[in-house]
Write a protein that binds this ligand. Structure first.
Ligand SMILES: Nc1ncnc2c1ncn2[C@@H]1O[C@H](COP(=O)(O)OP(=O)(O)O)[C@@H](O)[C@H]1O
Ligand SMILES: [Mg+2]
Length: 367
């Protein structure tokens, strides 16, 4: 996949302009607050998704303006395509794909973009939620139905949690508790199978990337951790359900006592080791950051295997956090598809051996 260019009007601080991108590496450089991340945000919106920085479209409209427009041309699914997006202060966005009006819910199927930002740098050493987010976002893109399954799970989880918190004041709440628990276990079994299969592929794809990325060929291993009684998370849904349900029976009283949900896929995690040591506790900052990026690049690889197309990669402000040889890898050796990289320092840019450099100042792009 490739984004040929993006056109913006009243989009945050970006001037009304049209920016073209080259097929390989595009480096967008400039001082702080000049609009580099905003340009990536404009490209991201071509997917039809909500912004990665805000849920509210109105925040994307330039101060003092009533509406904004983002339009972009890209190559995906073997043909040139176009997305046009209009954002309004008072009403919902409108999207046209190749000239045909789309509902926002059905607009995110043409262009696939993977973003890596400073928030993701902490994914390896940070809380499990970040690693679950990586799995859930990737599987949702690859498996129709997964996002809906996850939403159903979360709904049941919220209901059950409310019961566990409030049953002392209102004992009648306990009546449907076991039904909710059973649903949660059933949904867990389905989520666990998806996640186990994704985690295995992620591990296979990420290991060689980390090896090449790091000096000395660090060994990256990724395992999937779920409800303790599940012996084979890739087994049949029925067996997984029975194992989860067994754990649920063991912990029913503990859940009532603690007022929290102790059993289910909401506690899943990825166990990451580098050279055999648990990365959460023992990885250096640089190793953990590299591993986080390797995992994102692995996600790109899996998408390629599934669809035959490489997603566009957006790397926001992550270069300065890597040492010289890792920067060199990012700029010159990721290869394959198209990459848009933002950074502040000229020193990082000087490591680029091919590709294109753009300079941003006050919301305007210059070559
Ligand atoms: N809706 C908006 N209208 C105008 N300017 C905005 C809007 N939203 C953010 N900005 C401005 O954009 C700047 C940040 O842009 P950003 O793309 O994050 O910069 P960079 O990535 O180059 O550091 C800030 O100065 C902020 O005030
Ligand atoms: Mg930025």
């Amino acid at each position: 996949m490739q984004v040929h260019g993006v056109e913006t009007e009243n989009f945050r601080l970006l001037e009304a302009q049209s920016v073209a991108f080259a097929p390989g590496v595009n480096v967008i450089t400039g001082a702080n607050a000049q609009g580099k991340t905003t340009l990536l945000e404009a490209v991201w919106l071509l997917t039809g998704e909500k912004s990665f920085r805000t849920w509210y479209d109105r925040e994307l409209i330039a101060f003092g303006r009533e509406e904004a427009r983002v339009e972009g041309k890209f190559h995906a699914a073997g043909r040139d395509q176009k997305t046009e997006l209009r954002l309004y202060r008072g009403k919902s966005r409108q999207i046209w794909r190749n000239g045909v009006k789309k509902r926002p819910s059905e607009a995110s199927d043409a262009l696939k973009v993977i973003l890596f930002s400073p928030d993701d740098l902490g994914m390896v050493r940070g809380p499990a939620a970040g690693r679950r987010r990586l799995m859930d976002a990737a599987i949702s893109q690859l498996r129709p139905g997964y996002a809906a399954l996850l939403a159903d799970y979360n709904k049941v989880y919220e209901n059950k949690l409310r019961i566990l918190r409030d049953w002392r004041e209102k004992p009648s709440l306990l009546d449907p508790l076991d039904d909710f628990s059973e649903s949660l276990c059933r949904y867990s079994a389905r989520l666990i199978r998806y996640r186990a299969s994704f985690a295995r592929r992620l591990a296979e794809a990420a290991a060689p990337i980390q090896g090449e990325f790091s000096v000395g060929g660090e060994a990256l291993e990724i395992g999937y951790s779920t409800v303790s009684t599940v012996e084979d998370p890739a087994g049949s849904e029925k067996e997984i359900f029975q194992a989860v349900w067994e754990r649920q029976r063991q912990l029913r009283q503990a859940e009532l006592d603690s007022g929290s949900c102790l059993v289910g896929a909401h506690k899943d995690d990825l166990v990451i080791t580098i050279n055999g040591a648990d990365a959460r506790s023992f990885a250096s900052q640089g190793q953990a950051r590299t591993a986080a990026l390797s995992m994102k690049l692995a996600e790109r690889e899996i998408f390629l295997q599934e669809t035959g197309e490489i997603p566009v990669l957006l790397l926001d402000d992550v270069l300065s956090e890597l040492d010289a040889s890792r920067q060199e890898f990012v700029l010159n050796r990721i290869g394959g598809g198209q990459t848009l990289v933002t950074c502040c320092e000229a020193a990082s840019v000087s490591r680029l051996t091919g590709g294109r450099v753009m300079y941003m100042e006050k919301g305007r792009v210059k070559d």
